[in-house]
Design a protein around this ligand. Structure first.
Ligand code: PAF
Length: 283
């Protein structure tokens, strides 16, 4: 497995592989890889000739009071996982290579970034949109792989690649969960044992919402209330949002008359967790 750290070398690698007609799959990550990333790499392996994993803790998607400096960095273990999974190339640039002195151009996806995560993490999606645009222009993947766990991010990235004609197909892979339902996330490593015992309540709340839809409840207010009641059973958890939305526009629905997505975010002390479940009216 090769490792590249500069934009120039990344461009050269990509140009050479495009010349040879190789299909490049990109798995963009911020490192601290887990089984969720492994699933993305495996999906990429199945449909692409060459798999690139980017490891870059992107400073521009963290707010001033967020955990950029504390975000787990495990380059050695990440490289070992990638090598074991048959990744062809690790793209692990330093910040100065991605955001050189004088950098001042950003990308914003306006409407899709406004609600939910956008409200609680101002500027976050501008950072995500900017880095994804940069990665796509450097790596030039035919396909890029994202996890459903970050549902709003995946909808926004689909919009972005289409709006900016990046020529990349976006594949969204199902969320990988621990046995108790907790969606895997690099940030789970910062949970204390007490918080770890409490966090499955978010998935339980989403499941309660999904069960209500399956039982024929159509009112979003009722479904939201059910989910809130479930979270209220866990004294450590504070709800940031629980919503019933259109999975394409992310606008809130008042009734479920078609497919919907249940989105949730909770906070336990300093730790924030997000999760989601897709629901179908005919379920
Ligand atoms: O989902 C993530 O890990 C990040 O937001 C991404 C897409 C790698 C951009 O930094």
């Amino acid at each position: 497995m090769q490792t590249i750290r500069t934009a120039k070398a990344m461009r050269a690698w990509s140009a050479a592989h495009h010349c040879e007609g190789v299909t490049i799959g990109l798995v963009p990550t911020m490192g601290a890889l887990h089984a969720g990333h492994r699933a993305l790499i495996r999906a990429a392996r199945l449909s692409c000739d060459a798999v690139v994993v980017s490891l870059f803790v992107n400073p521009t998607q963290f707010g001033p009071t967020e955990d950029f400096s504390r975000y787990p960095r495990k380059l050695k273990a990440d490289a070992a996982l990638c090598a074991k999974e048959g990744v062809d190339l690790l793209f692990a640039p330093p910040v100065s290579e991605v955001y050189p002195d004088g950098f001042q151009t950003t990308v914003s996806v306006t409407k899709l970034a406004r609600r939910w995560e956008g409200e609680f993490r101002p500027g976050h999606f501008e950072g995500v949109a900017t880095i994804v645009t940069k990665l796509c222009s450097l790596v030039r993947p035919q396909i890029a792989f994202f996890g459903q766990k970050d549902f709003q991010q995946s909808v926004l990235v689909r919009r972005l690649v289409e709006d900016l004609n990046l020529g990349t197909r976006v594949v969204v892979c199902p969320t990988v969960r621990d046995d108790d339902g907790l969606a895997l996330s690099s940030r789970n490593q910062s949970l204390t044992p007490t918080q770890r015992r409490a966090v499955p309540v978010l998935y339980a709340a989403l499941r309660a919402g999904q069960a209500a839809v399956r039982a024929g409840i159509r009112s979003a207010t009722r479904i939201r209330r059910l989910m809130r009641d479930k979270i209220a059973t866990e004294p450590l958890a504070r709800v940031e949002y629980l919503s019933v939305c259109d999975p394409r526009t992310l606008e809130p629905l008042s009734r479920i008359t078609r497919d919907a997505v249940l989105l949730g975010a909770i906070r336990l002390g300093h730790v924030r967790l997000i999760d989601n479940l897709l629901v179908r009216r005919d379920h």
